[in-house]
Design a binder for this molecule. Structure first.
Ligand SMILES: Cc1cc2nc3c(=O)[nH]c(=O)nc-3n(C[C@H](O)[C@H](O)[C@H](O)COP(=O)(O)OP(=O)(O)OC[C@H]3O[C@@H](n4cnc5c(N)ncnc54)[C@H](O)[C@@H]3O)c2cc1C
Length: 482
């Protein structure tokens, strides 16, 4: 039997194939751009009122904190929106070299400065999202309804296929008697990009399916962020500052990013309950307690441009849809709704971009082979799970350095010991550090850092004596308490 959903994987042909995306944050916007090449119409439904500018909003509270796009993620975004990053640079974003332009203190050493060729754009999260949203508005077959809350899935009579979504119309554009009413929106494919608090597990259960198994690693991370005016001459020694801890004894980190409008975004964070406070004195005390004084020295006399805002992040959370035996046709889950990582590693938007790209691959294959949509969504679940795996391995392994997170498997302890040495060698071995940066930004596979040459250097190299002395000098200036 050929269902309507089975006909969907083609080029828009003037027919009426329709995909719906729940959530207009980064995962939803990127997925919508991909879907626009395969469906006649794409509708994004977003609960929030979307601002016409680079402003933070309620549904994405994390947007008020430092967000880095890893190189793999910006490559995908650039492919989906050619020229996007050129525009971002013209409007105030910056491109930095992750070794040359960054002062990065981690595991008790400061990383070497050299031209690594591994770049990163620095910008605020609302600024990125707003630009992506504007570019998506250029796609003639994509429409976005904000202030519309998705209430659940609509299905066919035997509940084997998702046929759309039920929505609440709160949108001001519905200035007719439909405002405030619940309606159904029919779709051939529904993409859940509604973030960590996705209701898909509950909605599936209500339809008689099993909920996906969840992997949870409690990290209890707290963030506190403040904007400062970027002081004149601030770039003399670094453009980005990272002061990271040596776990498990140290739990605190500080990051300063240059962002648009000549501002610094200064974020403090702490693992396993050691959270930075939101009052001025507490914030500075926390800054002063980091493993070097660089963050504190930078912000103590800088001009604040707003209040200190905080955010708490409980756990890495992964939903294993790939393992479900029964799954309805016509549904895809991606972004934080699929896997939400400890934000300290900056992987969320990049894995969302990778999932959007994988969705494109699956739809392309469906178009070419004519396979049905059940096979397409099954393939997507498997491939997106694999993509999430690499990022999950990094986040989960690193977090297990803190005993309060839980007992790590033996393999994790071995990997962590290896990476501890890799981090230390980042202070004196450019080749090891370059490879690490390539893996960290996901542009090269993990095997890059497990190459026999690197393993040999990790096992045999010693940190130069001179360097150790310099580091001790830094430590001696660092107060243990405020
Ligand atoms: C403090 C913090 C810092 C972070 N830093 C980084 C970083 O440096 N780099 C990085 O790559 N990632 C970072 N992340 C993660 C990143 O923010 C997310 O991975 C990214 O936003 C992609 O998420 P998403 O689009 O899947 O979901 P979200 O961003 O959570 O968006 C979900 C959207 O769905 C909407 N929605 C929810 N329910 C409904 C509904 N029922 N109906 C309609 N709409 C709905 C919401 O309003 C929202 O717009 C960080 C996260 C946190 C918490």
């Amino acid at each position: 039997m050929t269902t309507q959903a089975q006909k969907t994987g083609g080029t828009p042909t003037g027919g009426d194939s329709h995909a719906v995306v729940i959530g207009a944050s980064m995962a939803g916007l990127l997925a919508a751009r991909v879907l626009a090449d395969y469906f006649d119409r794409v509708t994004i439904v977003e609960r929030d009122e979307l601002p016409d500018g680079p402003l933070a909003r309620r549904g994405v509270p994390q947007g008020r904190h430092v967000h880095s796009v890893l190189a793999k993620g910006d490559r995908i975004m650039e492919r989906l929106f050619p020229g996007l990053f050129q525009t971002l640079l013209q409007e105030g974003a910056e491109l930095i070299d992750l070794a040359n332009d960054m002062s990065w203190h981690h595991f008790g050493v400061t990383k070497l400065k050299f031209a690594s060729g591994v770049g990163m754009y620095t910008l605020s999260r609302p600024f990125l999202e707003w630009h992506v949203r504007k570019r998506l508005a250029d796609c003639p077959n994509v429409r976005l309804f904000d202030q519309c809350k998705v209430l659940g899935f609509a299905t066919n009579s035997d509940r084997t296929r998702i046929t759309g979504i039920d929505i609440r119309l709160d949108n001001a554009i519905c200035q007719d008697d439909r405002q405030g009413r619940d309606e159904a929106l029919k779709a051939d494919l529904v993409v859940d990009a509604s973030g960590r608090s996705s209701r898909t597990p509950q909605w599936l259960e209500e339809l008689g399916y099993a909920k996906p198994r969840e992997s949870v690693i409690n990290v209890n991370v707290g963030y506190a962020t403040r904007f400062y005016r970027r002081p004149p001459g601030a770039d003399n020694e670094w453009r980005v500052l990272l002061v990271y801890p040596t776990p498990p004894a140290e739990k605190r980190l500080g990051v300063i990013f240059p962002v648009e409008e000549n501002r610094w975004m200064a974020t403090l964070a702490g693992w396993v309950g050691d959270h930075p406070p939101d009052d001025e004195q507490g914030y500075l005390e926390f800054a002063r307690s980091l493993s070097t004084l660089d963050f504190y020295t930078a912000v103590k006399d800088a001009e604040p441009l707003g209040p200190i805002v905080t955010h708490k992040f409980p756990s890495n959370l992964r939903r294993h849809y790939e393992n479900l035996d029964q799954f309805p046709e016509g549904l895809v889950v991606l972004g934080d709704a699929l896997c939400s990582f400890n934000p300290v590693y900056g992987q969320g938007m990049t894995t969302a971009a990778m999932a959007a790209s994988i969705l494109g691959e699956c739809l392309e294959r469906q178009r070419k082979s004519g396979e049905d949509s059940t096979a397409m969504t099954r393939r997507f679940r498997k491939m997106s799970n694999k993509a999430v795996d690499a990022a999950w391995m990094i986040a989960a392994s690193e977090d297990f350095r803190y005993p309060a997170v839980g007992r790590a498997p033996l393999s994790t302890n071995l990997i962590n010991r290896y990476f501890h040495r890799v981090h230390e060698l980042g202070s004196c071995d450019p080749e090891v550090h370059r490879r690490f940066l390539q893996v960290m930004t996901m542009i090269k596979p993990a095997s890059t850092i497990f190459h026999p040459k690197v393993i040999w250097r990790v096992l045999t190299s010693r940190l130069p004596e001179k360097f150790n002395k310099e580091q001790k000098h830094v430590y001696s200036e660092t107060p243990q308490t405020f």
